[in-house]
Design a protein around this ligand. Structure first.
Ligand SMILES: Nc1ncnc2c1ncn2[C@@H]1O[C@H](COP(=O)(O)OP(=O)(O)OP(=O)(O)O)[C@@H](O)[C@H]1O
Ligand SMILES: [Mg+2]
Length: 261
């Protein structure tokens, strides 16, 4: 079993979209996969799948009312998913139960945890439940600065940080360049995903982009990510050169790594 958390400091960078569509690709390839919506305050997974009425959710599990197995449903391609509740009621939730629930999922090859953004208790619990972490970010300085905080917390929780996914790239010169990321974060880049209108269209129609637009550029990038996770050889991406933002962000980097670097 591999338990991989998709984390970010900044919200709205694409964690849920990436975790769900990656899960679908792995499930379609015959792997046993469950995606867990650990964003207990802003549940999204059910909405992305067009299912808003799952009777038992992760909330019931974190309240100790149900086992995680009761909160798992079947999605497209045989993908399993555990949604969070859309309800505003947060009383009685014990975040520490998430890690215990994940331990019960040893039947699965991949447990993908869609983590909440930020550095709050909910994000920490999701990071603590993950063995491996993929940090998702967009090519903006604020996203990079926040990703450094996520990296620091993930390291503190003892998770293995697998790499970065740079999402919503436009290929513009003003964007944070992969070279900046590689030097500042000191983490390998697993995939660079473009800003793709097909993702927005899929989201608007509550259909995963892998199903609605399998030939899109975004899906091509997710396929590369899936291949890397499965240890398959992929065409290497160009080695990043040191970018002009590196010096600015080495400051942040030192700050959030407790002066280690
Ligand atoms: N590569 C992309 N191109 C275009 N739109 C994208 C891309 N990736 C994600 N989006 C869109 O960006 C929005 C935010 O994506 P998503 O909900 O997956 O982010 P998130 O990191 O899970 O957000 P949150 O932090 O709120 O949980 C959605 O409307 C999604 O459709
Ligand atoms: Mg999300």
């Amino acid at each position: 079993m591999r338990v991989i958390g998709f984390a970010s400091g900044k919200g709205g960078v694409g964690k849920s979209t990436i975790a769900l569509n990656l899960g679908l690709i792995l499930a379609q390839a015959g792997h046993k996969v469950v995606v867990i919506d650990a964003d207990i305050h802003m549940a999204n997974l059910g909405v992305l799948l067009g299912v808003e009425t799952n009777p038992i959710t992760l909330h019931n599990v974190l309240k100790g009312e149900n086992s995680i197995h009761d909160a798992i449903y079947e999605g497209p391609y045989g993908l399993k998913y555990a949604p969070s509740s859309l309800s505003m009621d947060r009383s009685g939730l014990e975040l520490g139960k998430l890690a215990d629930a994940v331990k019960e999922l040893s039947d699965y090859e991949f447990v993908l945890i869609d983590c909440p953004p930020g550095v709050g208790e909910d994000a920490e619990a999701a990071l603590a439940a993950s063995q491996e972490i993929i940090i998702v970010l967009t090519p903006e300085p604020s996203s990079l600065a926040d990703a450094l905080k996520t990296k620091a917390i993930a390291e503190h929780e003892g998770a293995n940080i697998l790499g970065l996914v740079l999402n919503m790239t436009l290929g513009d010169k003003t964007e944070v360049q992969p070279s900046d990321l590689a030097t500042v974060m000191d983490i390998p880049i697993l995939a660079i995903l473009p800003e793709d209108i097909e993702v927005r269209r899929a989201s608007a129609t509550q259909k995963p982009v892998v199903i609605r637009s399998p030939a899109s550029k975004f899906v091509a990038g997710i396929n590369i990510l899936a291949a890397k996770l499965l240890g398959k050889k992929v065409v290497p991406q160009p080695k990043p050169r040191k970018g002009f933002l590196s010096s600015i962000f080495s400051f942040f980097s030192r700050l959030f790594s407790g002066g280690k670097r």
